[in-house]
Design a protein around this ligand. Structure first.
Ligand code: FE
Length: 195
């Protein structure tokens, strides 16, 4: 059986299971859509890490990534999934600014690049508090930022998803793109962790 056929078969079986679970009220459609999307599209934080490692080692790619995230990640084969077209905006951390992402309304998240979202991302506590007191929330994640660092919180929507471009750590100048990938964590791509 070819890969395409077996993928189609798995998709059909998963969708049938999805219908049954929804009919019986076991799971909400939106949550299941996200998990299903992640499962079917090979979503992983490794994808986001690859994008960041490329940006750290290729200034022209970085420039394109920051000006049009959607098009730049498509160059690496990461097309935005989902039924609705989604725009990806990549926000860069600098010496003086730190970015963190949230969806205050629900749980929008760049699943393809970051893998399935962690439960805390979807929690009421994170969604409400990170906007009001980002510095305190980040400290709880073990990320203590200098008082002079400006924190920007990006609120996702159905149309726009965000990913953070973390700073390349000092002392990694000798590392190759491939060597850099394992340093980049999912939380660093959300903005709740350091590299
Ligand atoms: Fe949302």
């Amino acid at each position: 059986m070819s890969g395409t056929h077996s993928d189609a078969l798995i998709s059909r079986q998963v969708r049938r299971l999805e219908t049954l679970l929804e009919e019986r009220g076991i799971v909400a459609g939106a949550a299941l859509d996200e998990a299903l999307d992640a499962f079917l599209s090979g979503s992983s934080p490794l994808n986001g890490a690859r994008v960041v490692a490329r940006a750290w080692t290729d200034p022209e790619f970085k420039r394109r990534l920051l000006s049009d995230g959607t098009a730049a990640v498509a160059e690496l084969g990461y097309a935005a999934g989902g039924v609705q077209p989604q725009r990806l905006r990549v926000v860069e951390n600098t010496a003086h600014t730190h970015n963190v992402i949230v969806c205050t309304l629900c749980s929008c998240y760049p699943v393809r690049l970051l893998g399935p979202s962690p439960s805390w991302y979807k929690s009421e506590a994170y969604r409400s508090r990170v906007v009001r007191e980002p510095r305190a929330v980040l400290a709880e994640f073990g990320l203590t930022l200098p008082s002079g660092t400006e924190i920007t919180v990006w609120d996702s929507s159905a149309e726009t998803r965000y990913m953070v471009l973390p700073r390349r750590p000092p002392g990694t100048e000798h590392l190759t793109e491939a060597d850099l990938i394992p340093l980049i964590t999912r939380n660093a791509l959300i903005g709740t962790g350091a590299v």
